[in-house]
Design a binder for this molecule. Structure first.
Ligand SMILES: Cc1cc2nc3c(=O)[nH]c(=O)nc-3n(C[C@H](O)[C@H](O)[C@H](O)COP(=O)(O)OP(=O)(O)OC[C@H]3O[C@@H](n4cnc5c(N)ncnc54)[C@H](O)[C@@H]3O)c2cc1C
Length: 429
């Protein structure tokens, strides 16, 4: 699938900083980080603040992965239901994981404020239902999160009020979260990059890591290789997300990389844009193959949806998304789509995050399953804690069991295409 970078609204609406030079020659540091998305940069920033020497290697440029192309929606919890985590690790650890996700929401706002990151953070998030089954599920979610997790920023919104907030006939109820929000993900990522560099992190771009020699003992160094250089470090963090590919086969087996797409309309004018989502919240629907959308500060509609499990993009994503957008907002049928791009999600089988260690001092963070705007930032902080000597919170995630995707390299896509058909059927029920 092409990621259509030249049509990425975020890249087009952000002055690109000059690229950092690629890694060349031999380097030595305390921690080497693979991946310049929010996970890697947050880890780098928090580690440098603890006084550690950090080298971060990014294959292309900061924000080349999901962090620079996402819907920008900041949402509580994880991609999986909390009940999945309760079953996997027990209620007490699930509660700690929930608290970490909420801490992640606070951390995101603190990082934006502390480092003066100009990324249009806007409060308000709504999950919208499309049928009676969804309405019941949203009510149960509200009660479950209030009673078991003491989360009280949610409000259930009925059909009539929802019509005054989202100008669409499609939705039957919503769960509004005043603690959620949305932001310009690429500017947030670059802001973290600036903060990390200012704290002393050495960032190298165009530095594709081609080989890792992971130290099997805590006293040995990890060796990280790019085409022109090597980094030697006692600690290693792998935070390559969906783009890590085959670098670490045992990590790749836990993920399927799914293509997903976003389109952005022409500027609609302030009044028209406001009329679509009057409370300026980010909106995501409850389908498995979901639509999600929000306004931009320059009064466009940013609309995401549709997935490709085949690994290739057989369609004109702008055209397809325009059709989906018109199904939600028929009043936009005539609006021009000015930007449309794609990206990959790193989905785990149970959609729970996959964090852990390959060896005593080699950590990984992946599998955020399309729900990583908040969790990536706090995951980076957890990595800084474990390297700083407090392993408890990071290691708790290693208790979540993760299965390999069946079918090996060649047969798992056909298996996934069948699974997709199943999810489409579920959405119709
Ligand atoms: C289209 C789209 C929409 C999304 N919408 C939302 C949303 O609205 N809300 C939400 O919560 N989440 C969303 N997500 C998910 C979210 O963007 C990710 O979970 C999050 O950005 C992951 O951050 P990360 O730092 O872990 O990985 P990434 O941002 O993917 O960063 C990983 C980086 O590692 C680099 N890398 C990989 N391999 C190597 C290597 N061998 N050597 C060097 N560098 C390497 C990559 O180039 C990349 O820059 C969306 C994702 C996509 C693609």
């Amino acid at each position: 699938m092409g990621q259509a970078d030249e049509q990425n609204f975020y890249y087009a609406s952000t002055p690109r900083p000059p690229l950092q030079a690629p890694l060349a020659g031999e380097h030595r540091c305390d921690v080497c980080i693979v991946g310049g998305g929010i996970s890697g940069l947050s880890a780098g920033l928090h580690l440098a603040e603890r006084g550690l020497r950090v080298v971060l290697l990014e294959a292309k440029h900061l924000g080349y992965g999901g962090s620079g192309r996402s819907g920008g929606q900041s949402i509580f919890g994880y991609a999986c239901e909390m009940s999945t985590l309760e079953k996997a690790v027990g209620e007490a650890d699930a509660r700690r994981m929930w608290d970490i996700s909420i801490e992640g929401m606070r951390l995101q706002r603190e990082l934006i404020a502390r480092h003066s990151i100009d990324c249009d953070y806007t409060p308000g998030h709504m999950i919208v239902g499309l049928k009676a089954r969804h309405d019941r599920a949203l009510r149960e979610e509200l009660e479950h999160l209030a009673h078991r997790y003491d989360y009280h920023s949610l409000r259930l919104i009925g059909r009539d009020e929802l019509r005054t907030l989202v100008a669409s006939e499609r939705y039957t109820s919503a769960l509004f979260d005043s603690n959620g929000g949305h932001l310009h993900p690429y500017r947030y990522t670059l802001g973290l990059g600036r903060a990390a560099a200012a704290a002393g992190v050495q960032i190298f771009e165009n530095s594709w890591v081609t080989r890792l020699d992971v130290a099997q003992h805590a006293t040995a160094d990890n060796l990280v290789h790019t085409a022109q250089g090597t980094v030697r470090a006692p600690h290693l963090l792998i935070a390559g997300g969906a783009l890590l590919g085959r670098l670490v086969p045992q990590l790749q087996r836990k993920l399927i990389d799914i293509g997903t797409y976003i389109a952005v309309t022409q500027p609609l004018g302030e009044e028209r844009a406001r009329s679509l989502i009057s409370n300026d919240a980010a909106v995501a629907d409850m389908n498995w193959i979901l639509d999600y959308f929000r306004r931009t500060p320059d009064h466009r509609l940013l609309f995401g949806g549709r997935v490709s499990y085949s690994g290739i993009d057989p369609f004109d994503s702008g055209r397809v998304l325009r059709r989906r957008m018109a199904a939600v907002f028929p009043q936009l049928t005539e609006a021009r789509v000015e930007y449309a791009w794609g990206g990959f999600l790193d989905i785990t089988m149970n959609r729970a995050p996959h964090f852990g260690r390959l060896a005593p001092n080699a950590y990984f963070v992946q599998g955020l399953s399309g729900h990583g705007m908040v969790i990536s930032g706090i995951a980076g902080k957890l990595v800084s804690e474990v390297i700083g000597g407090t392993a408890e919170r990071f290691d708790m995630y290693a208790k979540i069991p993760h299965r390999d995707f069946p079918g090996g390299t060649y047969f798992r896509r056909p298996a996934l295409v069948l699974a997709m058909l199943w999810f489409r059927i579920l959405d119709l029920l």
